[in-house]
Design a protein around this ligand. Structure first.
Ligand code: PQQ
Length: 251
């Protein structure tokens, strides 16, 4: 496999899955320096707040992204399972969804809920990355849109590492504050089963397989870019763009 994942022949479904896993192992944000600092316990409270405030924008966009995908699915049985994702994030009016649970994380870190929800203090690059994800699923083929969700193949690993490290190394954050992540450990594999089965079934030519691989790469780049922006603004060199969140001194 070339370093930029150019395919030179049509793959079997399981070979394609292997390539997708290889993309994740090389390009998923688990390798990003900002994530590494987090799990090493080396982020300040202010940097953790910046992460939670910015990641809220991503969380808030996920059900809108899935609604776009839903609107493009012609197969009723696939629509039925895909709509679960929207409930996971929006809730059903009775039990809270992911957006509310993420807000609990943000407020548990000391952020003001109204400020987080307004998204006004998010980094420009966060907004642009989230916008790129929405545009991607709208403009590309349905196959690419579905494939772009496959970063979730790798999310249980990044979540497991993050939660264990935070509980061990950040004494002011407790299990309750991290409640967002627990359901994701079962929701993500269920989502992946559906998306991966679709991709394995529908990407049978070298051209469609390349589209799928490139969609996953593009999604890894979206996640990576968000952490790049956090790193540049809040770690090194520490240039916060005008108008973006500024942690309180000493936090
Ligand atoms: O914690 C993470 O690092 C992480 C990563 C990802 C991902 O890989 O896209 C998702 C999530 N979390 C997540 O919580 C989530 O709900 C989610 C939905 C999606 C998606 O693309 O549909 N990715 C992710």
């Amino acid at each position: 496999m070339t370093p930029d994942f150019r395919l030179d022949r049509t793959l079997s479904a399981s070979e394609l899955e292997d390539v997708l896993r290889q993309v994740g192992s090389e390009r998923y944000h688990i390798r990003h320096p900002f994530h590494r600092l987090m799990v090493e316990g080396r982020l300040t409270r202010g940097q953790m707040q910046a992460w939670a405030l910015n990641r809220y924008c991503y969380q808030a966009a996920i059900p809108r992204k899935d609604a776009i995908i839903l609107s493009r699915i012609e197969d009723r049985s696939l629509r039925l399972v895909w709509r679960e994702r929207i409930l996971d994030h929006d809730g059903d009016g009775a039990s809270p969804g992911g957006i509310e649970r993420w807000m609990r994380l943000a407020t548990g870190l000391g952020l003001d809920a109204a400020i987080v929800a307004s998204q006004r203090l998010a980094l420009p690059a966060t907004r642009f990355s989230v916008g790129a994800y929405l545009t991607f699923v709208e403009k590309r083929t349905l196959l690419e849109a579905i494939a772009s969700s496959l970063t979730e193949m790798f999310s249980p690993q990044v979540i497991g590492e993050r939660v264990a490290a935070i509980l061990q190394r950040y004494p002011y954050i407790d299990e309750d504050t991290l409640g967002y992540f627990t359901p994701r450990l079962t929701q993500a594999p269920r989502d992946v089963d559906v998306a991966l089965a679709h991709v394995r079934e529908h990407a049978r030519s070298i051209e469609t397989q390349q589209l799928v691989v490139d969609a996953l790469i593009a999604k890894c780049e979206i996640l990576w870019t968000m952490l790049d922006a956090l790193h540049f603004s809040y770690v090194e060199p520490g240039h916060v763009p005008p108008g973006a969140f500024v942690p309180e001194a000493a936090s």
